[in-house]
Structures are given as C-alpha cells and as structure tokens.
Design a protein around this ligand. Structure first.
Ligand SMILES: Cc1ncc(COP(=O)(O)O)c(C=O)c1O
Length: 395
C-alpha cells in the first residue's frame, strides 16, 4: 500500500479527541481583564498569568503606544545585529536593579531562555539534577544540552542530596541543579533556601526558573528575594509575560552570566528581538510594580480568600502556596466537563489542564488570581464553582 505521508495528523488528533485531551482554543475579543469577551460573550477570567493585571494598565499601554509611534512596530533584526534599542538597554538596567543582581538580559521568551541558555551552561560532560515536575521548556533545554539528566523527587531535599552525591562520584565536570521557582501547574514553591545550602557543599550551579514568581513573590521581585537569597543563585530565568503582563524572557545574574548568554544562547542569537513597543511596556510594567505595591497586595488577598473558600467546599487544591490554585479533579473528562459547564452556563472561564501538562489522573481546572478581580467577582466565581462541582459529584 502506498504510504500516506501525512495520515498521522488526522489519526493523532482522533486519538487525542477520543481521550478528551484536545485543546480547544477560545479567542478573546478585547483585553485580558477579569471581565472580558471570549467567543462573543462576557466571562469572568480566572486563568491568566497576568497576576498583577498590568497587561491593560494605562501606563503600560501608553508606553507601548508612545514607543511604537517613535520607533515603529518591529525590531527588524536579532538582538545582536540591529534589534536592540536604547529602550532595551534601559529595560535591562532597570530590571537588574529591581531583581538586585549585577545585570540582566531581555530574551525572546521564557521558553527561549530555557531552550537556548541551558544547553550552553551544561553539555555532555556535565550532570543536571532536575526536579521531577519542572516545566517542559526546562526539560527540552536539558535534552538539547546532551548532559546527563538526573531527576530528584519533587521538592525533596534529601533525594536531591542523594542524587548530588551520586553525581559527584561520577566525576562530572559541572553539576547544575535546576528547578522551577513556582511550579506552574500546582502553584507550590521550590525550597530554594534549602537547595542553596545543599548546592554549596557540592559546588553545584543553581538555575531557577522564576517565571511564575516574578511579580508575585518577594514583593514582586521573585523567589530569590522571597527567601533573601540575593547573590546566592547563579542563574535566574524569568518571563515578562506573566506577572508583569507584557512579553519576553529574562535572564538575571552576574555580569559574566549575561555576557555569556549574549554570546552563546542560540535562541538569543538567532531569533528576532522584541518590537520596541513591547520593550517600552516592559519598562513601564516594572515601574508600576515598584510604585504601586497595591497590585501585589491585592493578588495575595484574593489568593488567601479564594483558596480557603474552595477548600471549605471540599475541593482538592493540592500543594498550592501561590495565586495558582488548582482544583484537582482526576479524570480528564470530568475536568473538561467542569470547565465546559462553568464557561457555557456560568460564564466563568477556567481552563481544564490535562495531559501532557499534568499526569492524566491529576487532571484539573487551574484557577489563577488577578489583582483586578473584586470581592464580588470572587464570590460569583465561588458560588458557580460550588454549584457545578456538586452537580458533577466532585465535591
Ligand atoms: C515555569 C515556566 N517556565 C517557562 C515558561 C515559558 O515562558 P514564556 O511564556 O515567557 O515563554 C512558562 C510558561 O508557561 C512556565 O510556566
């Protein structure tokens, strides 16, 4: 029989649909705000990483407009050729100061930081010791590096120590411990203080992905500030696309690290720089985070209230310690059904999270708090979540 070169496309999609694992994309018809229009109807948004609500903050939006008028819509080149602007330098200096590090670099995305920088920090002669629940972009970065990957049990320091001892015996050139700061599906935090203690004994490099900590933990400065570990973590990867509401990846650390990254990270070297409007909006969002502490305060107030209420209803919120609050259901079909009814009948937008984001048997709806939500919004969401949860026998 003649081979169908693309027959697998349909077959794979049929199998995903059969297993309730298809992603259905809904389209926003306006800004990403708590009350937004999605597929033609107004819904309450409970699932963006825009924790501080800065994606639509007037100062951030204005900065983007002004810079676009002055500099144009696109960068035109990769950062090392002609894609870096005076705005980029300004952002990097400001961000380094905010993070209390020597230097920082604006990269294309958080994903690009992990997939471009990790393979340069470690290679075939090295060992990466990685938390079992690290983000997929870390996993890809480590795969690309060719380094030996050793997994330690999630947030388990004694297992980490055991794996480090093994790694040392193996005579690796470099050992790198790598972890998410805040785990994006569960909302729990890496025990970074303990990791730093253990790493020192082994001369291990520490790479923390602070994508969901920035803007939220440590008064917005991230997980390193949260644990008062300034100067003790070698590489901080991050994202301007989440708590800061705009777009871009970041690297923060020593001047040596940033020079190395500029010259070696393949994603930084080979992919076009951000439009100037994005860079200016990133600058403005850092300024807002510094000057308007009420946003961080609000997101935490909402987090504490909402989490307590859903737990009282009987929902399993797992290990959540941050504004990421999973409602763990288990069965992917039921998680999809909860999300569907919430969206279609209750106008509440919470996305089901299923495999490969999480294990199949830990399917869930992931709720994320946002500084712009009001107490009324939270109560509306809570009463719908309770009603539908009871209807589906989840609680
Ligand atoms: C832990 C973690 N790292 C990296 C990324 C990628 O960041 P970005 O969206 O900036 O590419 C994400 C995005 O979801 C994430 O959750």
């Amino acid at each position: 029989m003649k081979r169908d070169p693309v027959g697998f496309l349909k077959e794979d999609m049929t199998s995903l649909r059969k297993d309730n694992l298809e992603w259905i994309i809904r389209y926003l018809e306006g800004g990403s705000k708590p009350h937004c229009i999605v597929n033609g109807k107004e819904v309450l948004m409970l699932n963006t990483n825009n924790y501080l609500g800065l994606a639509t903050h007037p100062k951030v939006v204005q900065a983007s407009i002004d810079a676009t008028k002055k500099y144009g819509a696109g960068a035109g080149a990769v950062p090392v050729i002609a894609g870096s602007f005076d705005l980029t330098r300004e952002f990097q200096e400001k961000f380094a100061k905010y993070k209390e590090v020597e230097a920082s670099l604006l990269c294309q995305t958080g994903f690009a930081v992990n997939s471009g920088l990790i393979p340069m920090l470690v290679g075939k002669l090295d060992i990466v010791v990685s938390d079992e629940l690290n983000h997929g972009s870390i996993i890809d970065g480590v795969r690309l590096s060719g380094a030996k990957r050793v997994i330690y049990k999630h947030r388990d320091i004694s297992d980490l120590e055991k794996q480090l001892k093994e790694a040392e015996k193996g005579g690796a050139r470099r050992i790198c411990i790598i972890t998410d700061g805040v785990f994006s599906m569960d909302g729990d935090m890496a025990p970074l203080d303990k990791i730093v203690n253990v790493a020192e004994d082994f001369g291990a490099m520490i790479f923390v992905d602070d994508c969901h900590g920035e803007g939220v933990l440590g008064d917005g400065k991230g997980i390193v500030a949260h644990f008062n570990l300034q100067g003790k973590v070698h590489v901080e990867g991050g994202s301007m696309s989440k708590g800061f509401g705009v777009f871009g990846g970041t690297v923060a650390g020593s001047k040596d690290l940033i020079e190395f990254c500029k010259n070696k990270s393949r994603t930084y070297l080979l992919s076009t720089a951000h439009p100037p409007g994005v860079v200016a909006a990133n600058i403005a969002s850092i300024e807002v985070a510094e000057n308007e502490p009420q946003h961080v305060k609000a997101v935490w107030e909402h987090t504490n209230y909402f989490k307590k209420e859903v737990q009282n209803m009987g929902y399993d919120t797992g290990r959540s310690e941050t504004p990421i609050i999973p409602l763990i259901i288990g069965d992917p079909g039921k998680a999809q059904e909860l999300a569907r009814i919430l969206f279609e009948e209750e106008n509440i937008y919470g996305t089901p999270i299923v495999f490969p984001m999480v294990a199949r048997e830990l399917s869930r709806i992931r709720v994320q708090m946002n500084a712009l939500l009001t107490k009324d919004d939270l109560n509306t969401a809570l009463s719908s979540i309770e009603k539908v949860g009871k209807k589906l026998d989840i609680i």
